[in-house]
Design a binder for this molecule. Structure first.
Ligand code: ADP
Length: 248
């Protein structure tokens, strides 16, 4: 295949846990600037796939390339994150006692930069950058509130903002709308579509209405391999997908 515009390429990846094949010759390519939804029944291998991409789990066989030619399988989690791969786990993990703006500030800073140098009253550049991120994740009006006061959905957006502050080239998002209200779910689809305008985004999700709202190519995993791939309408009409997933 041509890899000219490919941001992420898994080629024949297999992972075995105690003799059980969690990923079975999985191949998947995500273009630069593409949003991709990954769906499939419990145990299909979605989490293991994310773990392989981020270096938590090493594949037994197969290759994982980032940005066309960087081999991720020999790097550790910190090295992979530093390349520009951000991962959002299902549960929000924000600093509850800090304000919303401080959470973004903490994501911007490295361990050597004093907090005050970034967040001092005179630092209008950092403030502009923080506010731009907050506007993108719909939290600008909440910038001075403690994160603990946010709704569950807003905490999810704040954490997405914290990842966005680091300007990843690839954002991996695990079940972002679980536990959200319908309105928050709709807003999250709009928010992720906006974020995917300038980076690749891979979203693992069960909520089919939300997947439809993402309006992107869908990959269906089953028993560690790709069962089907295409538009939401195409995969929803696929008899194999209905049998193993949608028809439950
Ligand atoms: P999904 O995220 O699609 O629900 P997972 O990737 O979590 O699927 O799991 C795929 C399969 O691998 C499941 O059957 C699960 O029980 C198994 N599995 C995942 N991680 C481990 C592990 N660390 N040890 C043993 N089995 C595991």
């Amino acid at each position: 295949m041509s890899l000219t515009n490919t941001q992420l390429y898994l080629d024949g990846v297999s992972v075995t846990f105690d003799g059980f094949r969690a990923l079975n010759n999985l191949s998947l390519a995500v273009e630069a600037g593409e949003m991709r939804a990954v769906i499939g029944p419990n145990g299909a291998g979605k989490t293991t796939m994310m773990d392989v991409i981020t270096g938590r789990t090493r594949p037994d066989t197969g290759d994982v390339f980032f940005g066309g030619m960087v081999d991720l399988t020999i790097l550790d989690e910190a090295e992979i994150a530093a390349l520009g791969i951000g991962r959002k786990f299902q549960k929000p993990t924000v600093f509850e006692s800090h304000t919303v703006a401080d959470n973004i500030c903490l994501a911007l800073k490295d361990e050597r930069t004093p907090f005050s140098a970034l967040f001092g009253a005179r630092n209008r550049i950092a403030r502009e950058r923080i506010d731009a991120v907050l506007a993108r994740v719909r939290l600008l009006d909440h910038r001075s509130r403690p994160a603990a006061e946010l709704s569950h959905g807003q905490k999810q957006w704040l954490e997405i903002g914290m990842l966005l502050a680091q300007d990843p080239k690839l954002l991996l998002v695990d079940e972002p709308v679980a536990g959200m209200t319908d309105a928050e779910t709709e807003d999250t689809a709009v928010l992720l579509r906006d974020i995917a305008r300038d980076r690749s985004v891979v979203v693992v999700e069960h909520d089919m209405a939300f997947v439809r709202a993402l309006d992107c190519k869908v990959t269906v995993l089953h028993e560690g391999s790709v069962l089907a791939e295409g538009s939401i309408d195409a995969v929803s009409a696929d008899e194999r997908v209905v049998e193993v997933y949608l028809g439950r």
